[in-house]
Design a protein around this ligand. Structure first.
Ligand SMILES: Cc1cc2nc3c(=O)[nH]c(=O)nc-3n(C[C@H](O)[C@H](O)[C@H](O)COP(=O)(O)O)c2cc1C
Length: 368
C-alpha cells in the first residue's frame, strides 16, 4: 500500500518521502534577488526537518515580473553562485530542492520594478495604475526568459524546476478567462489560453533535457467569478502532460479571492483540510503523472487518507512548515498531533516589512 514515507521518483529525482514544502516567498533575499545566509539557513532547516522536497519561493525570471520585496530572483547569471550555495546546503542536509520560476504579471510590484506591470489583457477595472498589454512579440520573449531561468536553476544544482501557473500570476492569468480576453492565438479556447504555458514547458524541456524534472503548479479553479473552472484546469493539465511535465501541483484561488484565497484562514478542523482535494482527485483520474496537493493540509491522518485513497501522490504544505520546519520528522518519530499552524496568515506581515517570514503567533505565544 502507498505510504507517506515511501521512497519515490519524479523523473530523475529520488525523494525520501511524499512530503513537499510548497513554494513560499520568504522575503529573505537581497534587494536584487540574491540568496542570503538567512535564506540558506531557512531552507537548510527545512531539509534537516525531514521534508522530502522543498520548492523554492517564486523566483522572478524577468525584472518586471517581481511580485514583492526581497523576493528571490533567477533573472540573471550573476545570481547562480548564490543559488548554488543554497542547493548545496539543502543537499548536505539530505533534502532535494526545485526552483519555482515565476512572473507576477498584473500583480508585479510596480514600486519595485518601476515599470507598468505586464498583463495578458487590458480591460476596465483591471487595475488603478497603468498596465502594459503583452504583444505577440512580448509573449515570444517570455519563453526564452523561462528557458534561461531553468538553465540557471540546473546550473545552480536544483533538482528540478516548477513553473508557477497558479494564484493569478502571469501564466494563471493566461489560463483564466477573467484575465485573458485576448482574441489572438493566446486567448479564447482553453487550448489557446494554455498555449503560452505549453510553449514554455516544451521549450524548457528541450533545454534541460529529458531527465530533469519539470513541474507546474496550477489552479484547480480560480474562486473568482468567471475564472478558470475545474473542467478547464484538468484539460490544461492534460495539455501540460503532453508538453512534457513530470508532475503537477494542484492549488487554487487568486490573490483577490478574499476568503477563498490560496492560503485560506482558520483551518481548525478536519473538514476544512485539503480544500483543493476535489481538484487533485480529478487530475489523478485524468493524468498519468504524479499529483501533488496543497492547501490546508494539517494532519497526518488527512495526509494518509489522501495518499492511500489515490487522491494525491504527494502532500504539500506551506504555512505549517513556517511554524514547524521539523514537522515531518516529528510525525515520523510518532508524535502525530496535527500541525501547530493556526492558519491566521500573520506570517505574511513580517515579510512585507522586510523582516522575512516567521510564525508571528508562535512568537506571541512564547512571549506570553
Ligand atoms: C508566506 C507565504 C508565501 C507564499 N509564497 C508562495 C510562492 O512563492 N509561490 C507559490 O506558488 N505559493 C506561495 N504561497 C502559497 C502556498 O504555497 C500554498 O499554496 C498555500 O499557502 C496553501 O498551503 P498551506 O495551507 O499549507 O499554507 C505562499 C503562502 C504563504 C503563506
Amino acid at each position: 500500500m502507498t505510504d507517506l514515507f515511501d521512497i519515490t521518483q519524479i523523473n530523475s529525482m529520488t525523494l525520501a518521502n511524499r512530503f513537499v514544502r510548497s513554494a513560499t516567498w520568504e522575503g529573505m533575499a537581497s534587494e536584487d534577488g540574491a540568496v542570503t545566509s538567512k535564506l540558506i539557513d531557512t531552507v537548510r532547516d527545512l531539509a534537516a526537518g525531514g521534508v522530502g522536497l522543498i520548492i523554492s519561493g517564486h523566483s522572478y525570471v524577468l525584472p518586471e515580473g517581481q511580485a514583492g520585496p526581497l523576493q528571490m530572483g533567477i533573472y540573471k547569471d550573476d545570481l547562480v553562485d548564490g543559488l548554488k550555495s543554497m542547493t548545496d546546503a539543502v543537499h548536505q542536509a539530505g533534502g532535494k530542492m526545485v526552483a519555482q520560476l515565476a512572473h507576477a504579471g498584473t500583480f508585479a510590484a510596480e514600486t519595485l520594478t518601476r515599470t507598468p506591470p505586464h498583463v495578458v489583457s487590458l480591460f476596465d477595472g483591471l487595475a488603478k495604475t497603468p498596465r502594459h498589454e503583452l504583444t505577440i512579440s512580448d509573449i515570444r520573449k517570455l519563453v526564452p526568459a523561462y528557458v534561461r531561468a531553468a538553465e540557471r536553476a540546473k546550473a545552480a544544482g536544483f533538482d528540478g524546476v516548477q513553473i508557477h501557473a497558479a494564484h493569478g500570476y502571469l501564466f494563471s492569468q493566461f489560463l483564466s478567462p477573467v484575465y485573458n480576453r485576448r482574441q489572438d492565438a493566446y486567448g479564447g479556447s482553453l487550448e489557446n489560453r494554455s498555449r503560452a504555458l505549453c510553449e514554455t514547458v516544451a521549450a524548457v524541456r528541450q533545454a534541460v533535457g529529458p531527465d530533469f524534472p519539470v513541474l507546474v503548479k496550477i489552479n484547480a479553479w480560480d474562486d473568482v467569478e468567471g475564472g478558470l473552472t475545474l473542467e478547464d484546469s484538468v484539460a490544461a493539465a492534460g495539455l501540460l502532460q503532453n508538453a512534457g511535465i513530470d508532475a503537477i501541483e494542484v492549488s487554487g484561488g487568486i490573490l483577490t479571492s478574499k476568503t477563498l484565497s490560496p492560503s485560506r484562514l482558520g483551518i481548525n478542523k478536519p473538514e476544512k483540510e485539503a480544500y483543493f482535494e476535489q481538484g487533485a482527485a480529478a487530475c489523478k483520474q485524468a493524468l498519468n503523472i504524479p499529483v501533488i496537493l496543497v492547501g490546508g493540509i494539517r494532519s497526518l491522518e488527512k495526509a494518509k487518507e489522501l495518499v492511500a485513497g489515490n487522491i494525491a501522490d504527494y502532500i504539500s504544505m506551506c504555512r505549517p512548515l513556517i511554524r514547524e520546519p521539523g514537522l515531518i520528522n516529528r510525525w515520523r518519530s510518532g508524535d502525530t498531533n496535527p500541525a501547530l499552524c493556526s492558519s491566521d496568515n500573520l506570517c505574511f506581515r513580517p515579510a512585507f516589512k522586510g523582516e522575512g517570514i516567521y510564525c508571528v503567533t508562535e512568537e506571541r505565544e512564547r512571549s506570553e
